[in-house]
Design a protein around this ligand. Structure first.
Ligand SMILES: *Cc1c(COP(=O)(O)O)cnc(C)c1O
Length: 245
């Protein structure tokens, strides 16, 4: 990953700072409107497709939580940033043949959505040295149209409790909560309210699984009104991604 040649370095630093400030203001305003404490909310900046130089700019601006969705890119970038105090979230489609490696590498896996991934993920997490259990969120599919649900990732809400129990049963994993992406069509509020209900079901069994990761550049306000504890924001901070991701 080389420095982005397209941007004069200073201009890029200013642009990233401005994007971050805008999103911080949006989060603060949404929390104020919803009567929530800003400290309840964690911003995860999604750096996928953006160069390591941007990750460094974000770290300089105080960002500690970053998200990636492709294993190879994520590992390469995090290795180049080993000197920085960052928490790396994986939020992409988890492939069976990469699940163990992802469990070894990530600080948080937000996208567990199939029971057969629990064993390899847990095996990878066991091999980490001195890092404690791996934080895991169960990704929930919020599409009401079964055709749309196909291939988008996320467990059917009905399957989430069993998946949550499988995570709890694995000593090297720590269930932290749920994650979802709003459906492409329709009202994100209705979807995020469904996620809130799923979260309540999970917390009835695992009270410490309090994370609700919902909300991206376009819908973070709605997500925060519906109880999101984590928002995952890329474009609104870093601009258009070089390729569609
Ligand atoms: C890319 C991505 C995001 C960030 O999306 P933006 O619209 O750029 O804010 C959030 N969550 C997931 C799972 C993603 O893949």
């Amino acid at each position: 990953m080389s420095e982005a040649g397209a941007h004069p370095a200073d201009g890029r630093a200013d642009a990233v700072a401005a994007g971050l400030a805008t999103v911080e203001r949006r989060i603060a305003d949404a929390c104020a409107r919803a009567g929530r404490d800003r400290d309840e909310v964690t911003l995860v900046v999604v750096t996928k497709y953006f160069p390591v130089s941007d990750v460094r700019l974000l770290a300089d601006l105080g960002v500690r939580e970053v998200g990636e969705n492709r294993y190879q890119e994520a590992v390469a970038k995090s290795e180049e940033c080993a000197d920085l105090d960052l928490r790396w979230h994986f939020m992409g489609r988890l492939q069976s043949n990469k699940a163990a490696a992802t469990g070894r590498w990530a600080d948080v896996v937000q996208s567990l959505d199939r029971a057969k991934l629990v064993t390899p993920l847990a095996r990878g997490a066991e091999e980490r040295e001195g890092r404690g259990p791996l934080d895991v969120l169960v990704q929930v599919n919020l599409d009401t149209d079964p055709e749309e649900a196909q291939g988008r990732g996320g467990a059917d809400p009905a399957d989430v409790p069993a998946l949550a129990e499988a995570v709890v049963a694995a000593a090297s994993l720590r269930l932290r909560g749920v994650m979802a992406v709003a459906p492409r069509e329709g009202d994100p509020r209705a979807a995020f309210e469904r996620l809130r209900a799923v979260s309540e079901t999970v917390r009835a069994v695992v009270p410490e699984a309090t994370y609700v990761s919902a909300g991206m550049s376009g819908d973070l306000e709605v997500a925060l009104e519906c109880g999101a504890t984590h928002v995952r924001v890329g474009g609104a901070i870093l601009g258009n991604r070089p390729t569609n991701g």
